[in-house]
Design a binder for this molecule. Sequence first.
Ligand code: CA
Ligand code: CA
Length: 271
Amino acid sequence: MSRRHSFYARPVLAAAAAVTVLAGTAAAAPADGAPDRHTATAALDATYYQSAVGKTGAGLKAALHTIISEQTTLSYRQVWDALKATDEDPANSSNVILLYTGRSQSKNDNGGDADEWNREHVWAKSHGDFGTAPGPGTDVHHLRPTSVTVNSARGNKDFDHGGGQLGQAPGNYTDHDSFEPRDAVKGDVARMVLYMAVRYEGNDSFADLEPNDRVGNGSAPKMGRLSVLKQWSRQDPPDTFEKRRNDVIFERFQHNRNPFVDHPEWVEAIW
Ligand SMILES: [Ca+2]
Ligand SMILES: [Ca+2]
């Protein structure tokens, strides 16, 4: 909760952004129910992203770091309730959608048994050894509900193409040193990893997280492979589910955004 005060020290910007996003998802929604995203993003550019718009490279990364570092920090226990909201099945409000399997499962089936869902750290928590203390280990921008068994199969592997298909999660592949998620979430994974790289720069009590182009990073505060993540981000642009998730985190939980969900072109602008 340490950054909450500073967030509300900018009440005009925060209120303007929040109200406009809500308008974009409700009042301004066209007949098909899809949010008016162009309007919502333009409003965010004029408020939340004002100091980042027009920049590229290291200057853009630094501006975004300052913006998204103003956030509420959750406890690891609070993450359960956050994920039940952020990853809710749009077709069944009693369920969440699991990241790798795509399975719709009861929100109440969370836990540690093989057939339950748990909290997957997409940026594996051993890469930088940040654990589950409030900070990167509880940042729901990269935490997703996953099948306990598939979470275990992913382990702390870097992301790359290839391997054998997972029997319990068709479309996902793994070998001894890497994991490839199903096509529908490849971009989500890339944008989560790159959010972490911008948010955590080593100026707090945690490591500076950065992508690189390797696999087998082990406990180094690195995640690969950057060239593959960039490809996946292009291949699988943000959809309604991913955008709604970003809005829910911003409005209800952390009060910060994943800039790459709002502006996927900023991936190439920085890397
Ligand atoms: Ca996707
Ligand atoms: Ca970093």
